[in-house]
Design a protein. Structure first.
Length: 335
């Protein structure tokens, strides 16, 4: 992570605005054993993080906490430790408001590049994907129960989101030093489909987001408003009444209006992978090679509209999204 940007992370900005800050779970910006101060430099006053590519994240986890590697975790379970750390942080005697980034280890694979397969659970195998989902649900539920029973329940905004879709495979078990991977299929409208993590289809880039804040977000409310991942920085600035660093520019748009049930300024969302990218609205998705899809009618993206097969609706959508790409300085290669 570029050191000249460490002071402009959302944690750094919220810390400067008077928040106490913490991160727990996953950290993929360095090998922590070689740079134990990096989370602090990036604005997190306290942290509890597993050693990415250094040790296990689940059973018998390798955990670094506030500048030191923790001992006595031979029988520990990582997700329990990450959650309990957050509960302890929230409970501390500190009058400042708090910001916590809970970067969950679940539902990722076990670490796959250690010298020997990492420890498995008491069942003699790794959790399958549905079991990891169930465990994630349990961890989130326990944390929510803790928040709801605390003095912070009435003025805490909880955002549950993810930056990618379901993977296509998971590590099921180890046979010697060989890791066995099995497919992950999900039911979409009655059809079983492989996960799309790492792809630009809806299976890889469209994911749910949940907001929780009593007296502000009405339970059960649903919206089809677009949220781009770049919007989280702007949103947390807005919620935290913090200021953008001088001379710093961001692409995100605050989604506070969406949280409050109003219309959002965002009309398109962007994603890229390698040299391929798209711009989309709620219905249409245009790739930089000119492929256009009606993702409401066919989220699997099996049949693109071409210039010669455009309908009136797809032609208008193509023109609108193509014009927006040009305004954003995104080159297009029309086949």
């Amino acid at each position: 992570f570029p050191k000249d940007h460490e002071s402009t992370t959302i944690a750094s900005v919220l810390k400067d605005a008077g928040y106490r800050t913490a991160v727990s779970g996953k950290w993929q910006l360095s090998l922590l054993s070689k740079d134990l101060d990096q989370p602090h430099r990036m604005g997190f006053e306290q942290y509890c993080l597993f050693g990415w590519h250094e040790g296990p994240r689940y059973h018998s986890p390798m955990i670094f906490e506030n500048g030191k590697q923790r001992d006595g975790l031979e029988k520990g379970y990582g997700p329990d430790e990450y959650r309990k750390f957050i509960e302890g942080f929230i409970s501390q005697d500190d009058d400042r408001p708090f910001f916590v980034f809970y970067s969950m280890a679940l539902c990722h694979d076990v670490t796959d590049d250690l010298d020997a397969p990492v420890p498995h659970g008491p069942d003699g195998r790794y959790l399958n994907y549905s079991e990891m989902i169930a465990d994630m649900d349990k961890q989130v539920g326990q944390l929510m129960q803790f928040i709801q029973s605390s003095e912070h329940a009435d003025n805490t905004l909880v955002i549950f989101t993810t930056d990618n879709g379901t993977p296509s495979r998971y590590i099921a078990r180890a046979e010697g030093e060989k890791l066995i991977r099995l497919p992950i299929e999900s039911n979409l409208n009655g059809e079983m489909r492989l996960g799309g993590k790492g792809k630009l289809t809806d299976a890889g880039t469209r994911a749910p987001t949940i907001f929780w804040m009593p007296e502000v977000v009405e339970a059960g409310t649903e919206t089809d408003q677009l949220i781009d991942f770049t919007d989280w920085y702007a949103t947390l600035l807005d919620v935290g009444n913090a200021r953008l660093p001088r001379g710093y520019q961001i692409d995100g748009i605050s989604c506070v209006d969406t949280i409050l049930g109003d219309s959002s300024e965002r009309t398109v969302a962007f994603a890229e992978h390698g040299k391929r990218y798209f711009l989309r609205d709620q219905r249409w998705k245009l790739y930089n090679n000119g492929d256009l899809y009606d993702v409401q009618a066919g989220p699997e993206e099996s049949m693109p509209f071409g210039l010669k097969t455009d309908s009136r609706a797809s032609s208008l959508a193509r023109r609108r999204l193509s014009d927006q790409m040009r305004k954003m300085g995104l080159p297009q290669t029309i086949r």
